[in-house]
Write a protein of this length. Sequence first.
Length: 251
Amino acid sequence: MITLKSPREIEAMDQSGAVLADIHEKLRSFIKPGITGKAIDQYVEKMIEEHGASAEQKGFEGYEYATCISVNDEICHGFPRNEKLKKGDLIKVDMVINLNGALSDSCWSYAVGEATDEVKQLMDVTLKALYKGIEAAQVGNRIGDIGHAIQSFVEPEGFAVVREFVGHGIGPTLHEGPSIPHFGEAGKGIRLKEGMVITIEPMINTGTWQSKMDSNGWTARTKDGSLSCQYEHTLAITKEGPKILTKQKGE
């Protein structure tokens, strides 16, 4: 089901997104070699609660954590763990905030300590791909235009776009229609309308686009063990263009 949001609902989701963006900004200095995923998860949940919000994904289909923390070859839905992060690791922190019933969803990638050249390039291409997709999220365009904008940028750079996991509509529930693939043909798919609120969240790999699932039933990782990176924003489709609801300072 696709729901169109009123200006009041979008404003509420923008306030939720501001909380989420603030947490991601603080993680930039919190994440460092020697810290654990569990410690990051606890830190994030404490900040969410201090803002008077709640972690929407905690309890979703039995999920136990406030965040998904995916490291190196893990594509998404990684569990926060007690293992210490090492210098050079690539970590993705994904969270969904519920502020007075308004949802926002954003994943951000962080290099632990000094990033390798490979990680720097992957992070740069993935972030640029996110914004290529956002630029295509215009009233009257189609969903395929978003995926095409991302795929046509990423693949010539020598990277691969994950197919199995996609963006989605959001609010009032966590996952709604439409699905937003990060690959595809321009001019194909559902037409974007004013009032839609969606996530764009490209997952980009240094090797194959294919994934495999861990035995926990949640965590997906690259099939060939290559690195994976992800950036995600929640945005509203407006007549003035896409409005990013989870935008961080300095973007």
